[in-house]
Design a protein around this ligand. Structure first.
Ligand code: PLP
Length: 293
């Protein structure tokens, strides 16, 4: 079964999908996106993803009209056509096609692209052993709550970390607080309290982050959205990163400093147990790298 794409109203094989060179997404990264996972063919946190897509589009003055209302049925049709059980669904909306000028016409028709791919099975050894992170200064733009397709800074951060032998890098604020990694949110357990940096525009308010905070509320796990200094992270009992593609990955060490005992802690494992069954089943299965969020 080939991976499939939806481009402006038409489904087809991903390999055959085309978009104009004059699309502003290609020329200016002028667009927004979401990555959604379907577990056993059911999209996880779909309403939340669609709400964030609307907020992101609003944030770049991209009117969506009725597009978001149409997306659930397009997504269901894509799930039906691709035939996979666990699916990574990529949704990208750009401002559309126009002659290349920074200022855009007021009457543009957005380009809508979705892709449907088999969700890669996560590397269970990362979940079991945790990941090694480094730290970096913030070279991103200042509107990090917008899920923009302009990801060059994030790409550079991740690749620089990889070249230096780390899984990813944590972006530090000017005050030396930890914000998030190139493509995941960050949590720590500090003095028994689950803590994550506030969604104050310097991080993306991740859907997985929101899910974890909901679980913490329901399970009465003490938690707070509060700044975490680099020193507090290094002294934490546990730390983990979250995103749609990786769910939860424990952090083993940061710049060589072991976090807690260096193995996934009880809060991390407890939170993981609340994810859909197919995420937990991956624990049993070895394998490949997750797709980029
Ligand atoms: N932070 C950044 C910069 C991201 O790119 C992502 C995912 O793409 C996240 C956090 C996690 O967000 P979510 O849980 O919605 O996948």
């Amino acid at each position: 079964m080939p991976d499939i794409a939806y481009v402006n109203g038409t489904f087809g094989d991903l390999a055959d999908a085309v978009i104009s060179i004059e699309d502003r997404g290609f020329q200016f990264a002028d667009g927004v996106y979401e990555v959604i996972v379907a577990h056993e063919r059911r999209p996880f946190l779909l309403d939340d993803h669609l709400a964030r897509l609307e907020q992101s589009a609003d944030g770049i003055d991209l009117p969506l009209g009725g597009i978001v209302g149409d997306l659930p049925s397009i997504i269901n049709e894509g799930i039906r056509r691709c035939g996979y059980t666990d699916i990574t669904i990529y949704v990208q909306i750009t401002r559309g096609v126009a002659s290349r000028e920074h200022a855009y016409p007021s009457d543009m028709t957005p380009s809508i692209v979705l892709t449907f791919k088999r969700k890669p099975v996560s590397d269970s050894s990362l979940r079991k052993n945790g990941v090694e992170l480094t730290t970096t200064t913030d070279i991103r733009w200042s509107l990090c709550s917008i899920k923009s397709i302009a990801l060059l800074a994030n790409v550079m951060i991740k690749n620089d970390a990889r070249k230096r032998g780390f899984y990813d890098a944590i972006v530090l604020s000017e005050e030396n607080d930890v914000l998030e990694t190139s493509c995941a949110n960050l949590f720590a357990v500090c003095d028994g309290v689950l803590r994550t940096p506030p969604a104050d525009g310097r991080i993306l308010h991740g859907m997985t982050r929101g899910f974890i905070l909901d679980v913490a509320r329901k399970e009465r796990i003490p938690h707070e959205e509060r700044a975490i200094s680099l020193d507090a992270l290094i002294a934490a009992e546990e730390a983990f990163i979250t995103s749609t593609s990786i769910d939860i990955l424990p952090v083993k060490c940061v710049d060589g400093h072991k976090i807690g005992t260096g193995v996934p802690g009880s809060t991390t494992r407890r939170l993981l147990s609340h994810f859909p069954a197919s995420v937990l089943a991956e624990e049993q299965t070895p394998c490949a790298n997750p797709q980029s969020p």
